[in-house]
Design a protein around this ligand. Structure first.
Ligand code: PMP
Length: 405
């Protein structure tokens, strides 16, 4: 089994390694998961904490160190990436390498364009209908949580939205039951709902319809068959890099059909023709994303990343299961997210508050659930070291022991 080296993650404390069996959703992973103890052995470099934020979120320490080392004088240019012209050969090499490494990671076919845009994933909510449909035409949306609902509401300003299926925030509606319209211009769904923590485990089969996916919170967390999609998009600030850049992967034939009245900045064609530099791009954010892509390529790509993500998620879901109801995951085990793990303490909302407070004191931050659902949520993106998840699981056990009735 391809287990990533500890040193390739964020450096952690030394500890003995013993085999453990970790389980997540329907997948059983035989993992060599080190279970260090006590909790105080989880020291992180630079006095860093374990940051479970849903986004902006944790970045790999070695990427931050490299960005720091290159900050004042990037590769002998005498200036930082933040200060140089985006039209110069230096930045051109940065954006080209970022794209090339992303193409390697996702094995992006040649007939797909990669764009680095601004406006967040939220701007894609309007860009997609404006580029892929005309007024009055029908588009299909599958609503499985807060983000796909927002996307559908935005699209409804521009075309006829058919809600093909609806989830209940705990499970996903089976694809066979989706009521797709015969004449829809595309089918939009969210691959990982960041708030509810429900994640698709395979590509929905929508026949020859154009499939569009919001992968903001699980982009590059696993291999994806890009050829099955018309568009994949993701805000970078969760699993990729800093806020400010949104990555769009779009099949060539979908470019060039934007409505005439749409703002120029919302036309994919403009960005394709100008290599994402129609206007000033978010240079720094693209640079850091590029460092992350380069690291992932060196680490063995997305198969290796997915394996590690399965192990990390299994540690948390197992901790919830082993608590015998003290903690609860509201999500159907078959579709539990490997990235965002919501959980509650059903017996007491007051204990949840105490959990968050004590975890914070122990160096595990941002564990409060989204304001719309409460409880706790641990976001454990690619860059969350496995030590962070192990520490949280230990803390959960200790907290349970202290408060079990
Ligand atoms: N989609 C998903 C799945 C998200 O999690 C988010 C942000 N939390 C968005 C879209 C919106 O992203 P942005 O803030 O980049 O507009």
């Amino acid at each position: 089994m391809a287990l990533l080296q500890k040193t390739q993650l964020n450096a952690g404390a030394r500890r003995a390694t013993r085999p453990a069996v970790a389980r997540v959703s329907t997948v059983r992973v035989q993992a060599t998961v080190a279970m260090p103890s006590p909790a105080s052995t989880f020291a992180q470099p630079h006095g860093r904490v374990f940051n479970f934020s849903a986004g902006p979120a944790v970045l790999p320490v070695d990427v931050l160190e490299r960005a720091q080392a290159e900050l004042l004088n990037w590769h002998g240019s005498g200036m930082s990436i933040m200060e140089m012209s985006h039209r110069g050969k230096e930045f051109e090499s940065v954006i080209q390498k970022a794209e090339a490494d992303l193409r390697t990671l996702l094995n992006i076919p040649a007939n797909y364009k990669v764009l680095f845009l601004q406006g967040g994933a939220s701007t894609q909510f309007s860009m997609i209908p404006l580029n892929l449909s005309k007024a009055g035409e029908t588009v299909d949306y599958v609503v499985t949580g807060a983000w796909s609902k927002k996307a559908a509401e935005e699209a409804a300003k521009y075309c006829k939205v058919n809600i093909a299926a609806k989830g209940d925030n705990k499970s996903l509606p089976p694809v066979a039951g989706w009521k797709l319209s015969p004449d829809s211009r595309y089918v939009h769904y969210c691959d990982n709902e960041t708030i509810g923590g429900v994640e698709f485990k395979s590509v929905p089969d929508v026949g020859d319809r154009v499939l569009v996916s919001d992968m903001s919170s699980n982009f590059i967390s696993k291999p994806v068959d890009v050829s099955k999609y018309g568009i994949i998009y993701a805000g970078a600030q969760k699993n990729v890099g800093p806020a400010g850049v949104t990555i769009v992967i779009i099949r060539e034939d979908l470019v060039g059909n934007c409505r005439a009245e749409a703002p120029t900045m919302l036309d994919y064609k403009i960005h394709v023709e100008n290599d994402s530099m129609y206007n000033t791009p978010p240079c720094w954010a693209i640079y850091v994303c590029g460092l992350v892509f380069e690291k992932l390529v060196k680490m063995g790509g997305l198969d290796a990343m997915q394996e590690l993500n399965r192990q990390k998620a299994a540690i948390l879901y197992d901790a919830i299961a082993e608590s015998k109801g003290f903690y609860n995951s509201p999500v159907d085990p078959a579709v539990r997210s490997l990235m965002n793990v919501p959980f509650t303490i059903p017996s007491s909302p007051d204990l949840e508050k105490q959990f968050i407070k004590e975890a914070d004191k122990a160096g595990m931050l941002q564990l409060k659930g989204h304001r719309s659902v409460g409880g706790m949520r641990a976001s454990i993106y690619n860059a969350m070291p496995i030590e962070g998840v192990q520490k949280l699981a230990l803390f959960m056990k200790e907290f349970h022991a202290k408060h079990a009735k």
